[in-house]
Design a binder for this molecule. Structure first.
Ligand SMILES: Cc1ncc(COP(=O)(O)O)c(C=O)c1O
Length: 389
């Protein structure tokens, strides 16, 4: 069937006839089964059509799905508190929204309202969403951290020209995305992230973390910022929070909430704080906890990275593997056409990976419910495809 949907430039529509999904697999209308190593767009952390999420979702939908932001109810309050507790933000405030882009944008709005006038710094290449101020980053300072990768100094200081190029005298907000950059996967060094966070704190500024991709256990910890030992003031979450249902959230610490006039913010949209989204988010958190899925993801990651490194050594077709937890990018030797070919051949063998147009990078962001045997099958298939390139 010819698709009538808009597509992304250069993006291939690989499986036009998907008809159902279950946990880590999707099925097409011919009954073919594919292992979804992308978990949708890195969303279904508990697996597609998770029965417990489905149960909570249908019960809540039957009871009360939507009210409007002028109301509150126990399920919304409880999930908001759970999220605040996860970040140690007792006394802070939360909001439920519909997409990761919106949660980040909300955080930017809070920052601006709290500070009056904010001067933003972020890492070059960070991805914050499909639209809005954080997408455009107009007049934001972009710090290129790539030279820091090879830096051997123990601290960032005034004898570093990259460090002194940051105009800290004006910077009042650091917006940090701990590792994904739209799926390309890169981890700014801990030392420089901590140093920037400290400098912004010293300016009485605001640290916001974008956990849309790296949150909900994806990196082998609850949140990506935990790998950096920094304490944010605002956290934006999405994707895995809804396990495929479009709910996102932003949480704000008590300190920053208190900086807002009357702790209010003039932001309102139709589905803000909907009970259905909040119920789903609460069930996702509970599912991750009760399934010990963060520990599971950390263990699976070791298995996956070991297997990938072995393939890298034996085939010579992989330039670099970057990964943390179950967020992994494989940079292939050769150009984009090679990545496209490898992706297509893996698809024919029943494995779904993503490739960003223009880049020779394949992404792996599976559900936290994936099993070792499934990854073993994938590693064998990858090995086979690369060996016959
Ligand atoms: C790091 C990051 N932030 C924000 C977003 C935007 O989220 P959404 O697509 O749900 O609006 C994405 C989406 O891929 C992302 O990867």
């Amino acid at each position: 069937m010819e698709s009538c949907l808009f597509s992304y430039p250069g993006h291939e529509l690989s499986l036009p006839n998907i008809v159902k999904a279950e946990n880590t697999y999707v099925y097409d209308d011919q009954g073919n089964r594919y292992l979804d190593l992308e978990s949708g767009v890195w969303c279904t952390c508990l697996g597609h059509c998770n029965p417990e999420i489905l149960r909570v979702m249908t019960r809540q939908a039957a009871e009360l799905a939507h009210t409007g932001f002028g109301f509150t109810m126990p399920v919304v309050e409880e999930t908001a508190r759970t999220l605040l507790d996860l970040h140690g933000f007792q006394g802070g405030r939360a909001v439920f929204l519909c997409s990761g882009s919106e949660a980040v944008e909300f955080g930017v709005r809070v920052t601006r309202d709290a500070l009056g006038q904010a001067d933003f710094l972020t890492m070059a290449g960070s991805y914050f969403g499909a639209y809005g101020a954080a997408h455009g980053k107009d007049q934001w300072h972009l710090f290129d951290w790539r030279p820091c990768k090879a830096c051997e100094k123990s601290v960032c200081s005034h004898d570093c020209r990259h460090w002194t190029a940051i105009p800290f005298e004006t910077i009042t907000s650091f917006v940090f995305e701990p590792g994904s950059a739209g799926g390309i996967v890169g981890f700014p060094p801990r030392k420089v992230v901590r140093a920037i966070a400290e400098a912004v704190r010293g300016n009485h500024g605001i640290i916001m973390v974008n956990e849309v991709t790296t949150g909900m256990g994806r990196t082998g910890r609850w949140f990506g910022y935990e790998h950096y030992d920094i304490r944010p003031d605002i956290v934006a979450m999405g994707k895995g929070l809804g396990n495929g249902y479009p709910v996102s959230a932003a949480v704000v610490s008590e300190r920053v909430s208190n900086m807002l006039p009357d702790e209010t913010i003039a932001y309102a949209q139709s589905h803000q704080n909907d009970p259905l989204g909040a119920a789903v988010a609460g069930a996702v958190i509970e599912g991750i906890r009760s399934g010990n899925l963060i520990e599971h993801a950390a263990q699976l990651s070791v298995y996956l990275m070991t297997g990938l490194n072995h393939i890298r050594e034996t085939t010579g077709s992989i330039k670099e593997i970057r990964g943390r937890g179950l967020m992994v990018a494989i940079e292939l030797s050769g150009d984009e056409a090679v990545a496209r070919q490898v992706r297509r051949e893996l698809l024919a063998k029943g494995y779904i990976l993503a490739q960003r147009p223009g880049l020779n990078v394949l992404r792996i962001d599976p559900a936290l419910t994936m099993e070792t045997a499934e990854l073993e099958g994938f590693l064998n298939a990858l090995d086979d495809v690369l060996a016959h390139l």
